[in-house]
Design a protein around this ligand. Structure first.
Ligand SMILES: [Zn+2]
Ligand SMILES: [Zn+2]
Length: 306
């Protein structure tokens, strides 16, 4: 019998947290690609999924940030075997009006939550979700495309570089978002930790990276009347929002998911992220890797499946 370390395996949600399991590669469906995973980053969403804070069934492979190489692909695709790729974790259904047009899928499935994820020897995704990764891009940077695209998303909000802005949170995604905004000329940006007392009526816009009942309440008052609150985080459960307060103050609420993955890949060649990229651990050491990821928001921890 082959040792578990060289046969296909996946880190799945178990009854009590994550567990490593041998897997059988399934045949590809139409429009799908199999990608051999080279490196995958651990994100807060993955920790929530492993802990059961998100509705993830037992046995589902976790992980949604990765870089890999195409090992098998549906015939009609315009990509090739061996191509290095990453993916948007919001997998298009391929059947709705959004998928038929170019507005994006109306009911995407989240990789590692609604669909088997990338903490595995290989991951199967629609090839239309893939983006080519240049071989010149170091693997940790390539596996960091999703957080980069998530930070670029704030640029979709109606905010401008000369405005007074507040960035709430001191976690890794807040840090990356601050660097994105500063690189685009936002020079009146204040960053405060969640829980810090916030001044009232002070900012033209605020961006939250930690949404709780309390942080949202503070932010609705910290933004001046007519200003914009950008919703950025993905809390695992609903949080309360004082709609009447937002209405009285004529606030604009703008929720953003992802910016362009192509732009993220282009930026990652040069963008200062080196200090945000942490240790690489083999998939076997996932317990240690998860403990590191849980313990500190300073640097991204990566798993290497093969
Ligand atoms: Zn993520
Ligand atoms: Zn769709």
């Amino acid at each position: 019998m082959e040792p578990l370390s060289s046969s296909p395996r996946a880190l799945v949600r178990g009854p009590r947290g994550a567990l490593l399991r041998a897997t059988e590669p399934r045949p590809l469906g139409p429009g799908q690609a199999r990608v051999r995973v080279l490196l995958a980053g651990i994100c807060r969403t993955d920790l929530h999924a492993a802990e059961g804070l998100l509705p993830v069934p037992e046995g589902r492979a976790l992980g949604h940030e990765f870089v890999g190489e195409i090992s098998e692909i549906a015939e009609e695709s315009n990509m090739t075997l061996g191509q290095r790729v990453t993916a948007t974790p919001l997998l298009p259904c391929g059947a709705c009006g959004g998928c038929e047009g170019d507005g994006g899928c109306w009911a995407p499935r989240m990789l590692g939550v609604d669909h088997d994820g990338a903490f595995a020897s290989s991951v199967v995704v629609p090839w239309r979700a893939l983006f080519e990764v240049p071989r010149s891009l170091p693997l940790r940077r390539a596996a960091y495309t999703e957080p980069m695209a998530a930070s670029l998303a704030v640029l979709k909000a109606p905010i401008a570089p000369d405005q007074r802005g507040l960035l709430l949170g001191v976690n890794r995604i807040a840090e990356l978002t601050r660097r994105v905004l500063e690189s685009r000329g936002f020079h009146r940006l204040k960053q405060l930790p969640a829980g810090a007392p916030l001044p009232r009526d002070t900012y033209d816009f605020a961006i939250e990276t930690v949404a709780t009942d309390a942080t949202l309440d503070g932010l609705l008052r910290a933004v001046r009347p007519g200003g914009c609150l950008v919703l950025k985080s993905r809390p695992p459960a609903p949080v309360a929002l004082d709609v009447a307060l937002a209405v009285r103050r004529d606030l604009r609420l703008h929720a953003v998911g992802y910016g362009s993955f192509r732009e993220a890949l282009r930026l990652l060649h040069e963008f200062p992220v080196e200090d945000l990229l942490g240790e690489v651990l083999p998939l076997d050491r996932f317990e240690h890797a998860f403990a590191l990821a849980r313990g500190s928001e300073a640097a991204k921890i990566f798993l290497e499946p093969t």
